[in-house]
Ligand binder design. Structure first.
Ligand code: C6P
Length: 404
């Protein structure tokens, strides 16, 4: 059992009123709130040892570098990478996918080749592949899903051809909450030596991820969804693949030696980290991961499963409400529609009661098209959410329905 009262006190933002009501924050899939320890880690850096990393020969620079690299080690442990060389620090999931598309993709995708993604991808796992495929005269192919929002594995198998150069698939859908069977997809892809990128933006906050066990070739996630700061994220890649990939951005830090005639590149992971990185936010990410580890990933998963089950049951009791995304395996993300009420209006009316949900297409327009809808309302839960908050949301929804 989690000590929810204590956990909620760790997040100062939760203790406020919005529009005259206590804040109920149910937009965690967009970004989660930050515990005080993470906020402190940021201010400690700027107040105590703000310095550039890997460059200076002075005490503050040493301290900043040590803390910065400690995050890399913490990330390695968080996802069970085999070495810190496999952990590239980026601006977030989006930049990490673009990095792979522009390096591995540009190097390996040729005219007539194919990249496979799924119907439930976030735009950040669609557009970079479209861009590189357009440039190369290659094609993006799409795994279909069933009406519950699950990838149809047999249809995916049929998409693989000798022209398939990469498969890039989301671990957990930010709209449907579906947990995809990525291990099965990876195993199938590897039969044909096709590398697989897993978009972990929505899996990393909810349950334990082991990249070695999963055997993915790339795994990407954003700090801000795992209780860390914004503007910070991770690209994990298997060392052998990363070594073969050309650099992404050119500049300081990523070089070994520069002359006007030729530049040689730094070793992993620095080859992919040009310029001064986001030092403070990177350092604070370790604090966020330590916080998650302290509570325990399994405890978090269990608590959120309870919330999902509780909310799903409550929603099923609302006649005019339809849940979009009814996969057998889900995380605590629930998209829904209410007959006769536009999701945007619903969002506004809940906000008037201090309840924050997200509405719209959730950066997954092709998925909306698959379901023949413009958008949904989405409630998503984190470690600090409670059943009482779900009760409040459900009560407000009942009142809104009664008014319309
Ligand atoms: N989804 C949501 O409200 P960035 O913006 O780079 O941190 O993450 C992009 C991203 C990639 N993949 C998935 C599955 C995601 O959910 C997201 C971000 C947020 O659903 C913001 S649109």
């Amino acid at each position: 059992m989690l000590d929810l009262e204590k956990i909620r006190k760790d997040f100062p933002i939760l203790n406020q009123e919005v529009n005259g009501f206590p804040l109920i924050y149910l937009d965690n899939a967009a970004t989660s709130q930050k515990p005080q320890v993470v906020i402190d880690a940021l201010t400690d850096y700027y107040k105590g040892y703000n310095s550039n990393v890997h460059r200076g020969a002075h005490t503050l620079a040493d301290r900043a570098t040590g803390k910065f690299e400690a995050t890399r080690t913490a990330v390695k442990e968080f996802i069970n990478a085999s070495s810190t060389e496999e952990v590239i620090l980026t601006k977030g999931t989006t930049e990490a996918i673009n990095l792979v598309a522009n390096t591995y993709g540009r190097q390996n995708i040729k005219e007539g080749d194919e990249v496979i993604i799924s119907t439930m991808e976030h735009h950040s796992n669609i557009v970079p592949w479209q861009m590189i495929c357009e440039e190369k005269g290659a094609k993006v192919k799409v795994m279909p899903i069933n009406d519950d929002g699950e990838i149809i594995f047999e249809e995916f198998q049929k998409l693989i051809t000798p022209k398939t150069k990469l498969i890039s698939v989301v671990h957990v859908s930010n709209v449907l909450g579906t947990i995809n069977e990525v291990e099965k997809i990876i195993e199938e892809a590897h039969k044909y030596n096709i590398p697989v990128l897993i978009d972990g933006a929505q899996s990393s906050p909810h349950f334990n991820v082991d990249v070695q066990k999963m055997d993915c070739d790339f795994y990407v996630f954003s700090s801000h969804k795992v209780y860390g700061p914004t503007g910070m994220g991770v690209l994990y890649g298997k060392k052998a693949i990363l070594e073969e990939m050309p650099p992404f951005l050119g500049g300081g830090e990523m070089i070994k030696e520069v002359t006007f005639e030729k530049t040689t590149f730094n070793a992993l992971p620095f080859k992919f980290e040009a310029g001064t990185p986001n030092i403070g936010d990177t350092i604070a990410l370790k604090t966020a991961l330590d916080y998650v580890n302290e509570i325990g990933k399994d405890n978090i998963a269990k608590h959120e499963e309870d919330l999902l089950e509780y909310c799903t049951a409550a929603f099923q009791g609302i006649k005019r409400l339809k849940i979009i995304g009814t996969a057998k395996k889900k995380v605590s993300v629930i998209s829904f529609l209410i007959d006769g009420i536009h999701p945007f209006d619903l969002g506004m009316m809940l906000d008037a009661k201090g309840i924050a949900i997200r509405t719209g297409h959730h950066c997954a327009q092709p998925l909306m098209n698959r379901f023949g809808i413009d958008g949904t309302a989405r409630a998503s839960f984190a470690i600090y959410n409670t059943k009482e908050e779900i009760d409040q949301m459900v009560e407000s929804i009942h009142k809104i329905i009664a008014r319309f």
